[in-house]
Design a protein around this ligand. Structure first.
Ligand SMILES: C[S@@+](CC[C@H](N)C(=O)[O-])C[C@H]1O[C@@H](n2cnc3c(N)ncnc32)[C@H](O)[C@@H]1O
Length: 186
């Protein structure tokens, strides 16, 4: 059943890219914190995702690789962060994210920490507030304790297979599209 469907070509998709003013107008009031993430490939995936949903900023904190930190990491980030996202997305590197996340919380941002455990809320039932800091953690250790202390809410996605957890960018995709979907249906 392809009646009424026509796939857009890559040229059409490229031609439909929003300019800087349009991107500014549709910005999602979300800051994504990627803390102590080991894989530079995951960082690239997050650049691509964060640009696609048009978040306010991506913060790469602790040991998380960032563009320019080394040739090796920069190449890996560029490999998965395709499409120019690395050039246009607002990002910063912070050794210690705690003071800045605390500051945002004091300014009224909702700090939503993605973790698996007791006392979490399913991702579709969370009140993300008007402005949201989304925090993701290390591939094994998870989010550092000092950031857990700053959480307004712990957000969890159900895992129904034999794999313990989602890849961090896959997890971020589900949450960011949930937030974007709510905005679009307002
Ligand atoms: C690979 S997971 C951490 C794995 C886990 N700590 C373990 O020991 O297997 C890395 C990060 O992705 C996010 N994450 C992955 N799956 C998630 C899920 N199902 N619910 C909430 N967050 C998840 C969290 O932010 C987590 O800190």
């Amino acid at each position: 059943m392809t009646e009424g469907f026509r796939r857009h070509t890559t040229d059409e998709l490229v031609a439909g890219r929003p300019d800087a003013a349009a991107r500014e107008a549709s910005r999602l009031p979300v800051i994504v914190v990627l803390d102590d993430v080991r894989s530079a490939y995951n960082v690239g995936l997050m650049f691509r995702l964060c640009d696609c949903v048009n978040v306010q900023a991506l913060w790469l904190t602790g040991i998380t690789a960032y563009p320019g930190v080394s040739e090796h990491a920069t190449n890996r980030i560029a490999k998965t962060g395709v499409g120019g996202s690395i050039d246009v997305l607002s990002w910063r590197h912070l050794e210690d994210p705690v003071p800045e996340v605390r500051r945002l919380r004091e300014e009224g941002w909702t700090v939503a920490v993605l973790e698996q455990g007791d006392g979490t809320t399913p991702w579709r039932e969370v009140d993300y507030g008007e402005r949201t800091v989304l925090v993701f953690g290390h591939e094994r250790r998870g989010v550092r304790p000092e950031l857990l202390e700053l959480a307004d809410v712990f957000v969890e996605l159900p895992v129904r297979g034999i794999t313990n957890s989602l890849n961090v960018a896959t997890c971020a995709s589900a949450v960011l599209y949930e937030i974007l979907g709510r905005r679009l249906s307002r």
